[in-house]
Design a binder for this molecule. Structure first.
Ligand SMILES: Nc1nc2c(ncn2[C@@H]2O[C@H](COP(=O)(O)OP(=O)(O)OP(=O)(O)O)[C@@H](O)[C@H]2O)c(=O)[nH]1
Ligand SMILES: [Mg+2]
Ligand SMILES: [Zn+2]
Length: 303
């Protein structure tokens, strides 16, 4: 039997992307060794967590030849381009922190997760701070929608989160400064992920995470740290799909008077009626509408 190696002099190896720098990627091979890889044709649609085949070109250097089919892909997209966040994750951990929740950003992360079909855990960090109870109460509507909420003080006790990560490849996402890298360091004391400690930075700038990196928790579990999000575009979602990304809308879609109802101000809209009854939260309808207008704007520009 002839193997591929007979035909191709450059040996092909399979590995996993454990760090993404945009144009350059660190690929981990089965034996744990790390290879710095570029891509062919300046391709950049590769994410941390991707399974790839690479050709070794020099010691510890290679080229990514192919990406294996993905179990999942979590990404955001603005008008110009897609920003891949992580591939092959089985769980998204949205990291929020006391005291303030950025609800629109949260709704966007949730919509993107629903679109990608990846289960979400909402970790509310810094529960050691005052106003913890108010922040937890603010998340109650999300728990009522079916999203699991985990109160956490990563600096004090990481055990509750560790249990939730078992058997998963997870990605930590959220605004800057919520404690994602702190979580990594508490889970893996050897990881030394750089944490934005304001007091230690002494005006020299915070240690904000600049690229995604995958860490192994055990043989069956891994976690990806990602840079803080400021915005979260969903230009890859079409208007009809968007309504389905809002879980509480789903059972009622199709009950509006008009088939092509946008749930803005149409007569006989089931979503508007449920908002009027308080069954669907007005804040969620608001964030849906804001996203819808953004998406439609882009579609119009393309015409
Ligand atoms: N009080 C309190 N502070 C925390 C906790 N976890 C993290 N912090 C602090 O929050 C700040 C930001 O933490 P990071 O882990 O760098 O935040 P990040 O989410 O990785 O931020 P980016 O990399 O910029 O996205 C640091 O000063 C941490 O010490 C916690 O449980 N309680
Ligand atoms: Mg960080
Ligand atoms: Zn409607």
């Amino acid at each position: 039997m002839s193997s591929r190696a007979d035909k191709n002099p450059a040996p092909t190896h399979r590995g996993r992307v454990v760090a993404s720098f945009g144009r350059s990627f660190t690929v981990e091979l089965a034996d744990g060794s790390l290879v710095t890889c570029t891509t062919r044709g300046k391709r950049t649609d590769i994410a941390c967590g991707d399974r790839v085949s690479i050709a070794i070109t020099a010691p510890e250097q290679g080229v990514i030849d192919a990406i294996e089919p993905r179990v999942s892909l979590f990404y955001r997209s603005d008008i110009q381009r897609q920003k891949l966040i992580a591939a092959n994750v089985t769980r998204i951990v949205v990291v929020l922190a006391v005291p303030a929740l950025h609800r629109h950003l949260l709704d966007r992360c949730l919509a993107a997760a629903e679109y990608a079909g990846i289960p979400v855990l909402l970790a509310l960090n810094k529960m050691d701070l005052p106003q913890a109870d108010a922040a937890l109460a603010a998340l109650e509507p999300y728990r009522a929608l079916g999203y699991e909420v985990l109160p956490l003080a990563a600096k004090i006790d990481i055990a509750p989160l560790r249990a939730a990560l078992k058997g998963h490849t997870s990605v930590l996402v959220g605004q800057s400064g919520m404690g994602k890298s702190t979580i990594i360091n508490r889970l893996l004391p050897d990881a030394a992920a750089r944490v934005g400690d304001l007091s230690a930075a002494l005006g020299s700038g915070r240690h904000t995470t600049t690229h995604a990196r995958l860490y192994h928790l055990d043989a069956a579990s891994a976690i990806i740290d990602s840079p803080g999000l400021q915005e979260f575009g969903l230009q890859h979602v079409n208007p009809v799909e968007l309504a389905h990304c809002y879980v509480e809308f789903r059972p009622h879609l199709g009950r509006c008077k008009f088939n092509d109802c946008r749930h803005m101000a149409e007569p006989g809209c089931a979503i508007i009626a449920l908002m009027g009854n308080g069954v669907i939260a007005a804040a969620r309808v608001e964030s849906y509408r804001e996203l819808l207008l953004q998406i439609e704007n882009k579609a119009r520009r393309r015409d």
